[in-house]
Design a protein around this ligand. Structure first.
Ligand SMILES: *[C@@H]1O[C@H](CO)[C@@H](O)[C@H](O)[C@H]1NC(C)=O
Ligand SMILES: *[C@@H]1O[C@H](CO)[C@@H](O)[C@H](O)[C@H]1NC(C)=O
Ligand SMILES: *[C@@H]1O[C@H](CO)[C@@H](O)[C@H](O)[C@H]1NC(C)=O
Ligand SMILES: [Zn+2]
Length: 509
């Protein structure tokens, strides 16, 4: 399997010089730029799985993959061990969730007879409605089970960025806290990332409806054939830090493993870049420190302007240049404003190399936090053909504002990540979305319907072009003859309109 995929990688590398193909029909469907499909293998397999063998799975029968969790100490998954503490900082789904017995219940069979006997005779009633599970605040149970994913694909999801994730401090806590975990998935190095890449390849090899892709041409062919294209990405706090190999050689290695999208930092400052310091994960770690006395994480140093002082380091500049040489899609999610400003400056030198912000939101009335996409960033996206992957919780507002700016937008759900999704709302068209909010991947049909219904952009045409736009963005990354795109139609509200050093300014259309 790995052998086969490396052949594909080699052939992809040989035809790297691409441009938007003439006369090829526009791809249909929409894209999600940030999905942690394989999160069960992150954090030593302890966060929402249970150790090496058990746990919530992205695949398999619904009753196994989404089996019931009693949310008690004995469950020993995720944050149950931290009790109500992380419940407060992260959400109601983490920590002990005793009163919420989520998942497919086993004990529906318990009517005086052993389960195996009833299962054998087919007497167990499996509540496939999963009575309120998962919900839109689910952080510790599977949301990207294959049945849900297939539903999303059937409703038009034609491109997905599969983000392999790990966060060393959280992983280390899992390893030392006594929670059942998988010691083969070491916290140092990129063992867990490799596993997630391999599992994604296996998943699509076993199924005819998706395929991991290594070039825009690949993506066009796969999507035209009715399958979902999957791009492999990495979101890791200390990417490339644990190896003694030169950074360039590591990029080459991971490129050969299939990495086509990457975040150069995540959650905390690293050797390459400063990050957005407002992430709730820092609060969580402060809370963890109070009980465990483990101090796993460092707050970024914030300057007088309230922003992280750190931008790209020298190593960061070298890394970004190397990634651009290979046409890899760089994702600026989680970066500090200063890092983003530095990266955009390199992008300008490279004739407006495009970037994505894979899972974010416009600040709307509040641009003070560095996690928001500001107007100066949007202008760069406009000039370069970059894209925002919108978090679902603000998707309607984001969608309307992207329309006002004329920039391209896709979804960036961050499912299976620590993200609160779109909340239930009595005004929604779709019954399940109305009741559950965006609780899992299988609710894309309802979310799509809602956008088509409320959008100023008639029928949600930007949404329906999002896959085509991602593939064109990727083609621009690989096209050395790219030029700045027109800024026509860019109509910002000019909030928080200039970058920290004033290099980018939303007025410079
Ligand atoms: C599941 O939901 C459907 C529709 O809401 C309902 O008709 C059905 O009775 C439910 N099944 C169970 C087992 O609760
Ligand atoms: C539901 O949606 C309406 C219309 O978009 C909005 O005004 C309202 O605040 C939403 N309610 C909740 C609880 O989110
Ligand atoms: C942004 O541009 C506007 C118009 O040219 C100018 O008035 C403003 O001072 C600039 N802001 C910064 C921070 O450079
Ligand atoms: Zn649970």
């Amino acid at each position: 399997m790995i052998f086969i995929s490396s052949i594909i990688v080699v052939s992809a590398a040989l035809c790297q010089i691409s441009s938007a193909p003439a006369n090829s029909p526009l791809l249909s469907g929409f894209a999600d730029l940030h999905v942690h499909q394989m999160a069960e293998f992150a954090f030593r397999r302890a966060w929402f799985a249970k150790g090496a063998n058990g746990g919530y799975s992205h695949k398999g029968k619904i009753e196994d993959a989404l089996h019931q969790c009693n949310g008690g100490f004995n469950e020993q998954h995720a944050g149950t061990i931290f009790g109500p503490l992380i419940d407060k900082e992260i959400g109601p789904d983490a920590g002990l969730h005793l009163e919420k017995r989520w998942g497919v219940p086993d004990n529906d069979c318990d009517r005086g007879k052993p389960n195996w006997y009833q299962k054998l005779l087919g007497l167990c009633k499996v509540d496939k409605n999963l009575s309120g599970f998962p919900i839109y605040t689910t952080y510790t149970h599977q949301q990207v089970w294959e049945g849900y994913l297939k539903t999303a694909h059937d409703s038009g999801l034609t491109l997905m960025v599969m983000s392999a994730v790990n966060y060393k401090p959280l992983c280390k806590i899992m390893a030392t806290s006594g929670i059942d975990n998988d010691p083969t998935l070491a916290c140092d190095g990129m063992v867990s990332i490799k596993r997630q890449f391999d599992e994604a390849k296996i998943f699509c090899t076993e199924r005819k409806w998706c395929q991991v892709v290594y070039s825009p041409e690949d993506a066009r062919n796969v999507i035209a054939a009715g399958r979902m294209a999957v791009l492999l990405s990495i979101e890791l706090s200390h990417i490339f830090e644990d190896s003694h190999d030169a950074i360039g050689a590591q990029v080459d290695y991971w490129y050969d493993q299939g990495m086509r999208v990457v975040q150069i930092a995540h959650e905390e400052d690293n050797i390459f870049a400063g990050v957005n310091p407002t992430n709730p994960i820092f609060k969580f770690f402060q809370a963890v420190e109070a009980i465990t006395h483990i101090n796993p994480s460092k707050w970024p140093e914030v300057g007088e302007d309230g922003l992280n002082k750190k931008g790209l380091t020298e190593k960061g500049v070298a890394l970004v240049n190397k990634l651009m040489e290979k046409g890899i899609i760089i994702d600026v999610a989680h970066l500090s404003f200063r890092s983003t400003e530095d990266i955009f400056q390199i992008g300008v030198e490279k004739s407006y190399y495009p970037f994505i912000q894979s899972h974010g939101s416009f600040g709307h009335n509040d641009y003070s936090e560095e996690r928001y996409l500001t107007d100066w960033m949007s202008l760069y996206l406009k000039k370069s053909g970059g894209m925002l992957g919108s978090m679902t919780r603000n998707v309607i507002k984001n969608y309307e504002y992207s329309f006002q700016l004329g920039i391209n937008i896709a979804f960036g759900s961050d499912l299976n990540g620590f993200a609160k999704q779109l909340a239930p709302n009595a005004t929604f068209q779709d019954k399940e979305l109305r009741e559950k909010g965006f609780a899992h991947m299988g609710l894309y049909p309802g979310l799509k319907k809602e956008i088509e219904y409320v959008s100023l952009d008639k029928g949600g045409s930007i949404l329906h072009r999002s896959t085509e736009n991602v593939v064109q963005l990727w083609e621009r990354c690989l096209n050395n003859k790219r030029k700045m795109l027109s800024t026509e139609g860019f109509n910002p509200s000019n909030k928080f309109s200039a970058s920290p050093r004033g290099v980018f300014n939303a007025s410079q259309v």
